[in-house]
Design a protein around this ligand. Structure first.
Ligand code: DHB
Ligand code: FE
Length: 289
C-alpha cells in the first residue's frame, strides 16, 4: 500500500489532496488510453472549451484583476494537490452520465477521489473491516447482482468503501487504520451478498485548500450527502461504479458533486435493536460486441 496519510498530520486539504493526487498517479496511465485519439477530436474539444470561456469573459466583461486571481488560484489548486478533488466534484458527474447513458441496468454515479483497489476479501456475507468502537448506526445491507436478462450473477465482486461517522476516509485522512470501512465481497451462486457496516456521516470536501477558497468566495457550501461507494463487477459485464444515499439527508438535493440520482437513494428500515437493514441490488449490462 503506497497511499497512507502521515499519522502526525491533521485532516487537512493538503494531506488528503496530496494523497488523492498520489493515488491517481499510482493507479492509472491516463495518457496511454488516449494515445490514438485523432487530432481532430483534440482540436474540437480544446477549442470548444476555450470558446465557452471566451464567451463567459465577453458576456461578463472579466477584468485583469479577475484574470490574475484566476491564474493564482489555478496555480494553487495544483500546489495543494487538489486537481483530483476539483475534477471529481465539478466535472465527473457529467462524464459519468455520458459514459453510462446506453445502459439498461444500473447507470451509476461518480467514483470520487478515494477508491483504493484490492480491499480485503470478505466472501458473500461478512462485516467490512472496522474499529471495535466504530461510530455510526450499524447497517446490514443485503442484495443480489443480476444481469439485464434477470439471471443471477454468482461470483460477482461488490467492492464497498465509505467515510466513517466523522466523514473521513481511511488511507486519505490520518489516524484511521488501513482498509477501515473498505471491503470486497463476492456474491454466492444466487448472486446474493450481505454486508454489515455502519452508516457514514455526510462528507464535507476539504475547505482549507483551494477548492474551499472557491466555495467560500462563491458563497457555496462544501457538503456531499452521506454515501456508500461501490464498484460491482462480473465477467462479461460492464463495471458499475455507483454511490448509494440515505433518505432525508438535507444534501441529497444540493450535493456539491451533483452525484445523487433518485434511484440511488436507499430505503433502510430501523430495527428495534438499533441497527438498520436495507435490501438493494444491482443489474449489470453485458459487454456488447
Ligand atoms: C470528493 C469526495 C468524495 O467522497 C466523493 O464521493 C466525491 C468527491 C471530493 O472531495 O472531491
Ligand atoms: Fe465519497
Amino acid at each position: 500500500m503506497t497511499t497512507t496519510a502521515h499519522p502526525t498530520e491533521t485532516a487537512s486539504a493538503a494531506a488528503s489532496g496530496a494523497s488523492a493526487t498520489e493515488r491517481f498517479h499510482t493507479d492509472k496511465s491516463p495518457f496511454e488510453a488516449v494515445k490514438d485519439v485523432p487530432k481532430e477530436r483534440v482540436d474540437t474539444l480544446a477549442r470548444e472549451v476555450l470558446e465557452a470561456i471566451y464567451a463567459t469573459v465577453r458576456k461578463h466583461k472579466v477584468t485583469y484583476d479577475e484574470f490574475n486571481a484566476l491564474k493564482a488560484w489555478l496555480i494553487s489548486v495544483g500546489e495543494d494537490g487538489e486537481w483530483p478533488l476539483f475534477l471529481d466534484v465539478w466535472l465527473e458527474h457529467v462524464v459519468e452520465d455520458v459514459a453510462t447513458e446506453h445502459r439498461e441496468g444500473n447507470k451509476g454515479s461518480i467514483e470520487g477521489p478515494y477508491y483504493v483497489p484490492d480491499a480485503p476479501e470478505q466472501g458473500a456475507r461478512g462485516t467490512i473491516p472496522m474499529r471495535e468502537d466504530e461510530g455510526g448506526t450499524p447497517l446490514v445491507w443485503s442484495g443480489q447482482v443480476t444481469s439485464t436478462d434477470g439471471s443471477a450473477l454468482g461470483g460477482a465482486k461488490v467492492e464497498l468503501w465509505h467515510a466513517d461517522d466523522d466523514g473521513f476516509y481511511s488511507q486519505f485522512a490520518p489516524g484511521i487504520p488501513e482498509w477501515n470501512l473498505r471491503g470486497s465481497f463476492t456474491t454466492d451462486e444466487e448472486g446474493r451478498f450481505e454486508i454489515t457496516t455502519v452508516q457514514p456521516a455526510p462528507y464535507q470536501i476539504p475547505t482549507d485548500g483551494s477548492c474551499g477558497k472557491l466555495i467560500a468566495a462563491a458563497g457555496w457550501h462544501a457538503w456531499r450527502p452521506a454515501h456508500l461507494h461501490v464498484k460491482v463487477s462480473a465477467p462479461g459485464h460492464e463495471l458499475l461504479t455507483a454511490q448509494l444515499y440515505f433518505p432525508g439527508d438535507e444534501h441529497n438535493d444540493d450535493d456539491i458533486a451533483s452525484a445523487v440520482k433518485p434511484e440511488l437513494i436507499l430505503d433502510p428500515k430501523q430495527q428495534d435493536d438499533g441497527t438498520a437493514t436495507v435490501d438493494y441490488g444491482f443489474v449489470l449490462d453485458p459487454v456488447k460486441g
